[in-house]
Design a protein around this ligand. Sequence first.
Ligand SMILES: [Zn+2]
Length: 233
Amino acid sequence: MSEELNPEEEARTILDRMRQGGMWEPMGLGLCYIKTGDKSVSLASQENTPISAQARIRMRMLIENIGWKVDETETKITNVENLDPAERHMKAMQMRQEQAQNWQCDCGTPLSAFALEEGVWNFYGQEEMASPDGETGIVEQWAVVISCPVCDKEIPVEPYDYALLAGDDAMITIKTKTMEYTALDRVEIIKRVDDKVVDSVMILGTFCPMSGELLPPHARGSIVSFRKIEEEE
Ligand SMILES: [Zn+2]
């Protein structure tokens, strides 16, 4: 009697939770799926390895078994034969970034045109999730809410997708509803301490020492400068 999810249940959970246009790369298979509709995905790419070619057939059966459709008409075969792991990683990142440029609001505005740096980090509670080794753990659900400059729609984007869209530099600053934190590097910390301008500097824990709010995991342990966000009328 185990409470582990079977592969079908796991796939269904992942696909249901995904945003339209979101990517799914099952670990170690060299496959990248894009969610294209309520019950449909398209296979964007497959690596030219026997492992990936076999996985493609298995995954197709699995996804169809849970009542989803797989479109393989646009599948690109990526050549990874002569690449070392670092180059493979680079190539995969490039592909994800290109993909992120295609994400759109319902009104057709590309998410990349949003004022991404204005995104507000929001905590959506905890969820129990199964990891690939079958252990279940509690995972915090975070998203960055960005708003459409054209139709004002607010779109929550997962942190990983947000970093793809906005770039790693955008992760240095974290805006919440009440505060804005900017992580300081060593040089900046030394300068502030030498100049004795440390009154707007603090060390973040799980919670903000000042506002008491829960912070996204990547912010914890950072030394930051901060400012309070004025309440808008
Ligand atoms: Zn819009």
